[in-house]
Write a protein that binds this ligand. Structure first.
Ligand code: 13P
Ligand code: SF4
Length: 307
C-alpha cells in the first residue's frame, strides 16, 4: 500500500470534517496553492460574497482576509463563518474608520458614499453602497449624475473608476501596501524582457502601473482574460498567490510576475494546517454586532442586486 504523506493526511481529514460539519471552504485567488486546491470554490471578492450568500452549508470556512469573512457573516447570520487565522487583516481596510466616513459626509452633505468591499463592517455601515474591483465602474454608473460621489478608501481604484466612467469623485487617500510594491519602472523592465507578452494588472496598483497594462481587472477578471488570450506569455501585476491558479488553468502559457515581492502578508497567514484546525475546533467564528451588521448589509445587498 502506498505511504500517505502528511499533507495527504491533512487533506483527507479536511475533506472528512467538511462532510461531518456540512461545511464549505471558500478561497480567495491569493491564498496559498494548497488551500486553493482543497477549496470548494476559488474566486474574487464579488464571487466569494455571491457564493456565501447562496450556500446552504452550515459552516463557511473563509480562506481569505477578515473583511471578506465579515462580509460573509453579514450575509449569512444563521450560518457559522470561520476565519482560520484572526490576524488575516487588510492593510487598506485598516486605513479608514467609520468616523472618517462621517467626517467626509459632513464635508459633502448629500454625497453618495461608495465603499470598496475592502473595509470593516463599521465603515460599510456608514456607506450607501458597496463595490468590488470587478463591479466598481458599473455601481458608480448607477448613481444619478447630479449627485456628488465619495469613493472610499482606495484612491487608485477610485482614479481608475473615474477614468472608466468619466465621473468626478471625492477620493479618500487609502491604498493597498502590497500593490504599491509593483513599480511602473520595474514593470517596464519586465515588459522589455518579454515584448510579446500581454500585461494584466489589478486596479489597486498605482496609476502609472495600471496605465502600462493592457487590461486592468479584478483577480478573477485576470484569470478569465488569461484563459481567453492567444498570447503565450502573460505579465501579471498583482499579488503572487494568483500565479498558482493561472499556471494550473493554463499549462501551455508562461506567467511572469511584474514584481516578485508582491505578497500580501495577511493573505498568506492562512495555511492548510490552520484550515484543518479551523474545522477541527470551529475556530475562529466571525460575528458582527447586529446593529452594525444590519446597516452594512444594506450596502452589500444593494451591490449584489446590481451585480
Ligand atoms: P479582488 O476582488 O479582485 O479579488 O481583490 C481583492 C483584493 O483584496 C485585492 O487586493
Ligand atoms: Fe488588503 Fe492589499 Fe492584501 Fe488585498 S492585497 S487583502 S487590499 S492588503
Amino acid at each position: 500500500m502506498p505511504v500517505m504523506t502528511s499533507e495527504a493526511r491533512v487533506i483527507e481529514r479536511i475533506l472528512q470534517l467538511k462532510r461531518e460539519r456540512n461545511a464549505i471552504v471558500l478561497s480567495h485567488n491569493y491564498q496559498v496553492g494548497e488551500i486553493q486546491d482543497v477549496a470548494d470554490f476559488l474566486g474574487d471578492s464579488l464571487e466569494l460574497s455571491q457564493k456565501a450568500a447562496a450556500t446552504d452549508a452550515s459552516v463557511i470556512v473563509f480562506c481569505g482576509v477578515h473583511f471578506m469573512a465579515e462580509t460573509a457573516a453579514i450575509l449569512c447570520p444563521d450560518q457559522t463563518v470561520l476565519l482560520p487565522d484572526l490576524s488575516a487583516g487588510c492593510g487598506m481596510s485598516e486605513m479608514i474608520t467609520d468616523a472618517d466616513v462621517r467626517a467626509m459626509r459632513q464635508a459633502h452633505p448629500g454625497a453618495v458614499v461608495v465603499c470598496y468591499v475592502n473595509t470593516s463592517a463599521a465603515v460599510k455601515a456608514e456607506s450607501d453602497i458597496c463595490c468590488t474591483s470587478s463591479n466598481a465602474a458599473r455601481i458608480v454608473q448607477t448613481i444619478p449624475t447630479d449627485k456628488e460621489i465619495i469613493f472610499i478608501p482606495d484612491q487608485y481604484l477610485g482614479e481608475h473608476v473615474m477614468k472608466q466612467t468619466g465621473r468626478k469623485m471625492i477620493l479618500y487617500n487609502g491604498y493597498c501596501p502590497t500593490h504599491l510594491r509593483i513599480m511602473a519602472s520595474e514593470l517596464e523592465e519586465v515588459k522589455a524582457a518579454h515584448p510579446a507578452a500581454l500585461v494584466l494588472a489589478h486596479p489597486e496598483c498605482a496609476g502609472a502601473t495600471s496605465e502600462s497594462a493592457d487590461h486592468v481587472l479584478s483577480t478573477s477578471g485576470i484569470c478569465a482574460e488569461s484563459r481567453k488570450t492567444d498570447k503565450l506569455e502573460v505579465i501579471i501585476a498583482t499579488e503572487t498567490g494568483i500565479l498558482n491558479r493561472l499556471r494550473k488553468e493554463n499549462p501551455d502559457k508562461t506567467f511572469i510576475p511584474a514584481c516578485r515581492w508582491c505578497d500580501c502578508a495577511h493573505m498568506k497567514v492562512n495555511t492548510l494546517e490552520k484550515l484543518l484546525w479551523s474545522l477541527e475546533d470551529m475556530q475562529f467564528p466571525i460575528v458582527v454586532e447586529p446593529s452594525i451588521a444590519k446597516r452594512a448589509k444594506g450596502a452589500i445587498e444593494k451591490m449584489l442586486a446590481l451585480s
